[in-house]
Every structure is written in structure tokens, then in C-alpha cells.
Design a protein around this ligand. Structure first.
Ligand code: HMG
Ligand code: MG
Length: 319
């Protein structure tokens, strides 16, 4: 693999929009996803199949993922994934993917989803809050989901949440992050994305955490998923890059966070990551300049009734 190649996974349509208090119509989400693909984004997490009973916002927000998938166009160079918490989520996805495409029917071809993402946590308290089971309970639940997805020909990506601090139990032991990461790899995840859910990470704490995880997991299959709550996400990416990671998750316009939940913020903005990487010739993932991303960030933020939180996006559009 080319050490000068950085892969960006755009998670705005899922992680960014999942916290929005007001419903966003599926055609808007599909338009966002299509714009991102046209701008040259090669990996997009398009939505999730989670319980609408359990997560209030899922009732209005992510419940429309099936509709969104039906509305996205297929761009051969872009891969799409969806987040799945359990067997039911996978069943729902597989049902959509097996849509008939016989020449006699006018059914559209199935959506171009080639990958699922499963998620676990580094603390029991966050695991219970997010998925209603302990860490070990969640890993037991996910193992057969991963197996079945692999059998169905899908790739499986794993997330570990709260890799630095947990909103319920404070500072997180990097050994727990290491253990959960290793378990996800053993389940068949080709990549493990390390989620600084609270955005508390600093270059020092991210490095310390990575040193521990790297004892058992090859850095080449690790990804950084940094929320930008304290403005350190780009610095954390640079630290992780230095450590050997080459895959980072980001949200266009810095989407995410809930206006009604003080302190909650989105992922690092895709434009900011691209801007920071471009000058170093480290960015080979998309050919387009980040101008298009900045415009998309501005557009979707406007749809949501606010300003983009991308610093690079704002700076560019102010020129
Ligand atoms: P549970 O209540 O233990 O599950 O929730 P259950 O199996 O008992 O089901 C309860 C009800 O939900 C049932 O309905 C199920 O049918 C339904 P009822 O029988 O009462 O009518 N249900 C579903 N409906 C649709 N899709 C499904 C599904 N599953 C069950 N897949 C469960 C357990 C895991 C399902 C729940 O806790 C859940 O959905 N959690 C997801 C939470 C979530 O979406 N969090 C945000 C994504 S993770 C994240 O953002 C972190 C990340 O970005 C990294 C980082 O930043 O750290 C990835
Ligand atoms: Mg996240």
C-alpha cells in the first residue's frame, strides 16, 4: 500500500444526521450522498438500520434509510456502507439487497451497498447506553451478524466507541480499547475505526491509546473516528497519521451534534481534513479540490438552518 495514500470515510449522512432533532426527508439525504460521490468521495456511510423504538431520533431520522438507499445513484468508484446493530438490522439490509432485477420487472437494481459497519464500546456503561448490553454481551450479539454478513458477500467494518473518555465513566483504559479492537478483528472486520465519541482526545492521549491498541492490532487496519468537540480532531489525525494510520472518518460541514444537547458536536469536517492533508501530498483519495466539499458542507448546513462548522469551508467561501 502507498504510504502517501489516505482514505477518507464520509460519515456525515449517518453520524452527522442521526442527531438532528427534526426529520430530514430521504430525498435530501440521498441528494447529499449523491453530491458527495460526484465530488469524488469514495467511501460513504449512508445510514443505519437501528431500532426506532430504542433511539428516539432513529424514529424520525434513520428509519428512512431504506428509502434513502432506493434513491441513491450508483457511482462505480464509490462504495457505500450502512451501520447495523444486530441481526434484525442485517435482515432488513439483506432484504433490500435481494430486490429482484429480472428483466420483466421494472424494479430498480438493488442499492450499491457492499459493506456493513458494526459497533461496540470500550466501556460497559456506554455499551449499555448505546445498545442495551454490556461489552461482552454486545460482542456475542455481533459475532453472528458479522459471520452472516461475510457469508452474504458483504465487507464488515467495526467501530469501537469511547476510546478516550466515556460520558458515564470518565477516562477510558486503553487496554479495553485494545481488547475490543482485537475481538472485532477476530470476528472478521477488515478495519476497526477508533471512535473518540466525546472528542476529548489530544495528540498525547490518542498516541497513548494507539500504542496500546497496536500491541495486538496491525495499525494498517485501524481508522481514526474523531469528534471535534474540543477542536483537537485535526491534530489527533496528524498524530495518528504519524503513528501509521491511513484511514480517517469525517463529516462534510462538520455535521453532527444536537442543538438541544449542550456540548455535543460532530465529527471533524471532511473539508478540514482534506485541507490539512493536501499540502503534504498525503491526500490521494479524491481528485477533486476541496472546493466542492466546502460547497456541499455549506449547502447541507443551510438545509439544516445553520452555518457550516468547517473552518476550511468557511475560509474558502468567504474569499
Ligand atoms: P433492544 O431494545 O435491546 O433490542 O435494543 P430488542 O431486540 O429488544 O428490540 C426492541 C425493539 O426494537 C423491538 O420492537 C425490535 O423489533 C426493534 P418491538 O418488538 O418492541 O416492536 N428493533 C429494531 N427495529 C429496527 N431495526 C433494528 C432493530 N432491532 C430491534 N435493527 C438495539 C438493542 C441494539 C437494537 C438498540 O439499542 C439500538 O438500535 N441501538 C442503536 C443505537 C444507535 O444507533 N447509536 C448511534 C450509532 S453508534 C455511534 O454513533 C458511534 C459511532 O459513530 C462511533 C463513535 O463516534 O463512537 C459509530
Ligand atoms: Mg461517531
Amino acid at each position: 500500500t502507498n504510504p502517501n495514500f489516505v482514505k477518507i470515510v464520509e460519515v456525515g449522512p449517518r453520524d452527522g444526521l442521526q442527531n438532528e432533532p427534526r426529520p430530514i426527508p430521504p430525498p435530501i439525504k440521498a441528494e447529499l450522498i449523491n453530491k458527495l460521490a460526484i465530488a469524488g468521495i469514495r467511501n460513504i456511510e449512508a445510514g443505519s438500520f437501528v431500532s426506532p423504538k430504542w433511539v428516539p431520533q432513529a424514529r424520525t431520522q434513520m428509519a428512512g434509510t431504506a428509502e434513502v438507499l432506493a434513491l441513491i445513484d450508483s457511482f462505480p468508484k464509490t462504495g457505500y456502507s450502512v451501520l447495523v446493530p444486530n441481526q434484525k438490522g442485517l435482515d432488513d439490509l439483506l432484504a433490500i439487497l435481494s430486490t429482484s432485477t429480472s428483466p420483466n420487472s421494472h424494479a430498480k437494481p438493488p442499492p450499491p451497498v457492499t459493506e456493513i459497519a458494526i459497533f461496540a464500546s470500550a466501556t460497559d456503561s456506554f455499551s449499555r447506553a448505546n445498545t442495551n448490553v454490556s461489552i461482552s454481551g454486545s460482542l456475542e450479539r455481533l459475532a453472528p451478524v458479522a459471520r452472516r454478513a461475510l457469508d452474504a458477500g458483504l465487507k464488515v467494518r467495526g467501530y469501537v466507541s469511547v476510546v478516550v473518555t466515556c460520558p458515564f465513566s470518565g477516562r477510558v483504559d486503553p487496554r479495553r480499547v485494545r481488547d475490543v479492537s482485537r475481538e472485532l478483528v477476530q470476528m472478521g472486520c477488515y478495519e476497526v475505526s477508533l471512535g473518540d465519541t466525546t472528542g476529548a482526545g489530544t495528540p498525547a492521549s490518542i498516541r497513548g491509546m494507539l500504542e496500546e491498541v497496536a500491541k495486538e492490532v496491525d495499525v494498517g487496519i485501524l481508522a481514526g473516528h474523531f469528534h471535534d468537540t474540543n477542536g483537537t480532531a485535526t491534530a489527533n489525525i496528524m498524530t495518528a497519521l504519524d503513528f501509521g494510520l491511513r484511514t480517517f472518518d469525517a463529516s462534510v460541514g462538520g455535521l453532527g451534534g444536537c442543538p438541544y444537547s449542550p456540548g455535543a458536536t460532530g465529527n471533524v469536517a471532511t473539508e478540514d481534513v482534506v485541507y490539512a492533508l493536501t499540502g503534504d501530498k498525503l491526500f490521494g483519495d479524491i481528485g477533486e479540490p476541496y472546493t466542492r466539499l466546502a460547497e456541499i458542507g455549506e449547502w447541507i448546513s443551510g438545509v439544516l438552518g445553520r452555518e457550516t462548522t468547517s473552518r476550511a469551508g468557511k475560509a474558502l467561501l468567504a474569499r
